[in-house]
Design a protein around this ligand. Structure first.
Ligand SMILES: C[S@@+](CC[C@H](N)C(=O)[O-])C[C@H]1O[C@@H](n2cnc3c(N)ncnc32)[C@H](O)[C@@H]1O
Length: 267
């Protein structure tokens, strides 16, 4: 319940929605709803929904005859998702233990969450369980850091100016970059027609400073890495040189992001 969620978690959720969602995550939603064949009247589940950007895109497609549910174990994310779109059903639960009935959905979608799951095979089994027969699955995971070079540069910056642990915290989102593990989990869960496609999108921040600050203030604290203000300033000053090569005249940073989209059906 929103009333029981601490203000800090709600602020962290709002920060995620403001800093990361438009810059990195929103552009991928259209790929996912298309890959899972979300259409008028579909019943759709978004797993690891965060603040709900993908579920909101699905809602716009399904119309009044459809149903959209978003699940995430982070109470701050769910609280903010509810604030933004009360017409979606938001449930605080993990992918490994979906609090949902068998065979309820035509489409299950999940973007950029699977690398954080404790038990990925179990999560894939749960996604299979809640799908109807002939239902569709679409899961996105980031490609490797080599294929997301701007983040390769941010990792190197954290390694040089913060710590190994900080660099590792940013390596984690790219840790399923060869897509094989996801492919295998999905296949072993019983899905048919499993396929993986590599896709590209644009990432965009107002400035290099804003991009790196999002990581320092928004991402590292999730791993209990809380920098002092003078450390933050040192990293930000160093970042301006590193990221000049990505900057437009306006100062905006625009770059290509790469991800794998794994699709399958419940045969
Ligand atoms: C990078 S965010 C992506 C959120 C959202 N899909 C988006 O595109 O903005 C990763 C999300 O995975 C969630 N997550 C972590 N462990 C999870 C688990 N075991 N089951 C479901 N979600 C999980 C986090 O709480 C977080 O909201």
């Amino acid at each position: 319940m929103t009333a029981e969620v601490s203000q800090d978690l709600i602020e962290a959720g709002r920060g995620y929605e403001e800093l990361f969602v438009p810059a990195l995550f929103a552009p991928w939603t259209e790929h996912l709803v298309a890959a899972a064949h979300v259409g008028e009247g579909s019943h759709v589940l978004d797993v690891a929904c965060g603040t709900g950007v993908l579920a909101r895109r699905a809602l716009a497609k399904v119309g009044v005859a459809g149903r959209v549910v978003g699940v995430d174990p982070a109470p701050g994310m769910i609280a903010v998702a509810k604030e933004i779109e009360p017409r979606i059903q938001w449930i605080e639960c993990a992918a490994e233990n979906l609090q949902l009935e068998d065979g309820a959905f035509d489409c299950v979608v999940s973007q950029f969450g699977m690398m954080f799951f404790d038990d990925r095979p179990k999560a894939a089994e749960e996604m299979f369980r809640v799908l109807k027969k002939d239902g569709s699955l679409a899961v996105a995971v980031w490609n490797t850091l080599d294929e997301n070079p701007v983040y390769q540069d941010v990792v190197a910056l954290l390694q040089e100016h913060v710590s190994n642990r900080a660099a590792d915290a940013l390596r984690l989102p790219f840790s399923l970059g060869n897509a094989e593990e996801v492919f295998d989990c999905v296949q072993q869960a019983g899905f048919a027609g499993v396929q993986s496609a590599t896709r590209f999108e644009k990432g965009k921040f107002r400035s290099a400073r804003q991009m790196v600050e999002a990581e320092l203030r928004g991402w590292l604290p999730m791993f209990d890495i809380n920098l002092e203000e003078d450390e933050i300033e040192t990293v930000l000053a160093a970042s301006e040189k590193v990221f000049n090569k990505y900057a437009a005249h306006s100062g905006e940073i625009e770059f290509t992001t790469s991800a794998h989209i794994i699709t399958a059906q419940k045969g």
